[in-house]
Ligand binder design. Structure first.
Ligand code: CTP
Ligand code: CA
Length: 226
């Protein structure tokens, strides 16, 4: 993919990539989660490793195999993902938050399997920590990349996330578009940059999207070192 002249544009760079969903326990047999397959994040991890980066992949529960040459840390909950990402943050050059982190978790987890009762069930949920927002507050030299999977008003929400999370780039996609979003092998994403420029990419394989993102990261790192 990369020209011979610069076959490994990310050589020596340390990347943290998060992928997949998180799983928030209700009781020993039940949990709260989402449809993230991890395919996008794993494709990015593979492309980054091929580009010479030292990759730490912090992954929620997924059914796919981690790419070779990548240091993979498996986590289950948003809290565990938060801890692993924060632990590795100081020495990272780039963080890519492609994971679909649960925004809420059950306020109480039952140690025993819950028994069914008549009538409706109400579960109280509490907020999880916003990992990307925390990184945005702590960042020094690091480049922060977030994802925004939306069903409406992509431009508005992506621009807002760029701002509130102090990110350098938001990779946005409308998950209602055929072939884009959760579980598919393809994706149609738009890059929303800090300087206000926007690039809409065509529907392509998640591997191709990953390569486009690596090129974008290469550009961001070059700008930073100027
Ligand atoms: N994110 C995170 N920690 C969370 C929730 C989200 O780090 N607890 C990250 C995601 O990994 C993603 C970005 O923030 O890179 C945007 O996630 P998204 O769910 O689109 O946005 P939210 O800020 O959670 O807002 P909302 O779900 O209301 O759109
Ligand atoms: Ca969310």
């Amino acid at each position: 993919f990369f020209s011979k002249k610069n076959a490994q544009p990310l050589r020596g760079k340390k990347l943290i990539i998060t992928a997949g969903p998180t799983r928030e326990k209700i009781d020993p047999v039940r949990f709260f989660t989402n449809h993230s397959s991890g395919k996008m994040g794993y494709a990015i991890a593979k492309a980054a490793a091929e580009a010479g980066a030292e990759v730490t992949l912090v992954s929620g529960p997924v059914s796919i195999t981690p790419p070779q040459g990548v240091h993979t840390i498996k986590v289950e909950t948003a809290e565990e993902m938060y801890e692993q990402v924060l632990t590795n943050f100081e020495h990272a050059d780039v963080v890519i938050k492609s994971a679909a982190v649960a925004d809420y978790r059950p306020a109480q987890t039952s140690d025993q399997k819950m028994k069914k009762k008549d009538g409706t069930l109400t579960i109280d949920f509490e907020r999880t920590k916003d990992i990307l927002k925390t990184l945005g507050q702590k960042k020094k030299h690091q480049i922060l990349i977030g994802f925004a999977a939306e069903t409406e008003m992509l431009e508005t929400y992506a621009a807002r996330k760029l701002e509130t999370k102090n990110a350098d780039l938001i990779v946005g996609n409308n998950i209602l578009i055929e072939g884009a979003g959760f579980g598919t092998d393809t994706n149609a994403v738009t890059f929303f940059r800090k300087d206000g420029t926007v690039t809409e990419l065509p529907l392509q394989s998640k591997e191709q999207v990953a390569h486009e993102l690596i090129s974008e990261i290469d550009r961001l790192l070059r700008e930073r070192s100027l």
